[in-house]
Design a protein around this ligand. Structure first.
Ligand SMILES: Nc1ncnc2c1ncn2[C@@H]1O[C@H](COP(=O)(O)OS(=O)(=O)O)[C@@H](OP(=O)(O)O)[C@H]1O
Ligand SMILES: [Mg+2]
Length: 425
């Protein structure tokens, strides 16, 4: 997964980002952590009070929530740099995009979880090869990634924040090379899911899950640009009609609601799904989220990937018509789609990639447990649950992925079967 050689020398070459003004959030955060630091052991990280029941996985949930919060803040900083064109995305050898945030978010999450679980294994999207084998460009990128990680840790932990070396950062990223499997505990991470949305200033997600003996047990998904309420996501249709794109993340100017965007979803098997604001200084109780209950086809919405290359929009339109759905699709980048189904912004999620495409477990793990714990069902097109225990790819996936409330899921399966038969005629 090295950067293409032509891009190595210029890897993420823009100048060091201008330092943003210290926000009220950071000042509050520093003061808070600074006070706590005087009473805490020097090396321990603080656990954020949760407000939700994590049952047997309470410690894992607390650790994951803290890790995803750190990464959410870090990613917002990098997205700001990209929007100001202080930084730029690069292309990996597989032609997918990568930014400083992909590496730094994987590093900070891996480091944070390992503070509580030193023997943890991680199936993560990124590796550090481009940073260690990428010549001068790679070294420069590694330096920026390390600075970003340290700056974020300092913002949260104040004086007691450790200073990670470049080697610590490389080790933390490379911890993500596990292949997972059916036994034991494995963390599954997409540090920046929906990289295209991320570089376009739009929706993206930081998606972390824990699998234990082959079953997903915990999911934490940071959605830093997701509005608190779903209505605004409707405007996504501007993409479909070629109007000048209105960035979803920028659509609500002002902050009159207090918390207007920036959600973190949590889910623990058997304990339900919740939504928090990404900003821990906002004192909202976690909100329990549930999939839509009644299915009214005239009002129902389905959500799907933005890019035609990632999912057949013709096929999903046929399935939607078969179900009687009249609304235009909500096309949203990343696993924010699963968040939209979990809190009933949308009733149905569908993704039908081209034949032969192998889905990666980190693109779905956090979203799947989130929808399931919100009362939904996720399966492949044949109705089988997704298998996350077969390595880095979803094993034996039948055609595509569908999600809906458990009651609607059966109808959805039926519509997929009918539409598939007619599409094969
Ligand atoms: N050809 C093809 N078919 C299907 N899926 C693919 C394909 N190529 C890539 N990917 C994976 O899709 C992830 C992005 O999914 P999204 O739902 O965000 O897609 S979209 O941008 O809204 O169209 C994306 O995740 P990120 O790389 O994290 O963005 C990929 O892992
Ligand atoms: Mg992804």
């Amino acid at each position: 997964m090295a950067l293409a050689s032509s891009t190595r020398a210029s890897a993420l070459s823009a100048s060091v980002a201008r330092r943003p003004p210290l926000s009220a959030f950071r000042r509050a955060s520093r003061a808070r952590h600074g006070r706590r630091a005087r009473h805490a052991a020097a090396s321990a990280v603080d656990t954020v009070p949760l407000g939700v029941d994590g049952g047997a996985y309470a410690k894992e949930l607390a650790s994951a929530l803290d890790a995803v919060r750190l990464a959410s803040e870090l990613c917002q900083e990098v997205q700001g740099q990209l929007m100001r064109m202080d930084e730029q995305a690069e292309t990996k050898e597989d032609r997918s995009l990568v930014t400083l945030a992909d590496y730094a978010a994987q590093a900070i999450i891996s480091w944070r979880i390992a503070q509580d679980f030193p023997d943890m294994t991680l199936v993560g999207e990124e590796d550090a090869e481009a940073l260690t084998e990428g010549g001068e460009g790679g070294a420069e990128t590694l330096n920026k990634v390390t600075n970003l990680v340290n700056k974020t840790l300092k913002g949260h932990m104040g004086e007691k924040a450790p200073t990670l070396s470049s080697q610590d950062v490389v080790d933390a990223i490379n911890r993500g090379q596990s292949t997972g499997g059916p036994t034991g505990k494995h963390w599954i991470l997409d540090p920046v899911d929906g990289t295209l949305g991320f570089v376009r200033g739009d929706q993206y997600a930081i998606a972390l899950a824990l699998m234990d003996d082959g079953d997903l047990k915990v999911g934490v998904m940071g959605c830093p640009n997701m509005p608190k309420t779903g209505e605004v996501l409707e405007f996504q249709e501007s993409y479909a009609y070629g109007f000048s794109p209105r960035l979803v993340s920028k659509m609500l100017a002002g902050d009159s609601l207090g918390w207007y965007k920036g959600c973190i979803f949590t889910a623990v098997r058997g304990k339900g799904a919740y939504m928090f604001p990404t900003d821990p200084t906002l004192k909202f109780e976690p909100v329990k989220v549930s999939v839509s209950e009644a299915f009214d086809p005239r009002k129902a919405k389905f959500t799907e990937p933005v890019m035609k290359a990632n999912s057949s929009q013709g096929f999903t339109a046929a399935v939607a018509t078969n179900l009687g759905i009249e609304c235009k699709p909500l096309r949203i980048y990343s696993q924010v789609k699963y968040g939209s189904v979990a809190r009933a912004d949308a009733d149905v999620f569908m993704k039908f990639p081209k034949a032969g495409y192998m889905e990666k477990i980190w693109d779905h793990a956090a979203g799947v447990i989130l929808v399931e714990e919100a009362g939904g069902t996720v399966s492949d097109a044949g109705g089988a649950p997704l298998n996350f225990a077969g390595g880095r790819y979803i094993e034996g996936l039948d055609r595509g992925i569908i999600a809906a409330s458990s009651a609607l899921h059966a109808k959805l399966l039926d519509s997929v079967a009918k539409s598939w038969s007619s599409s094969q005629l």
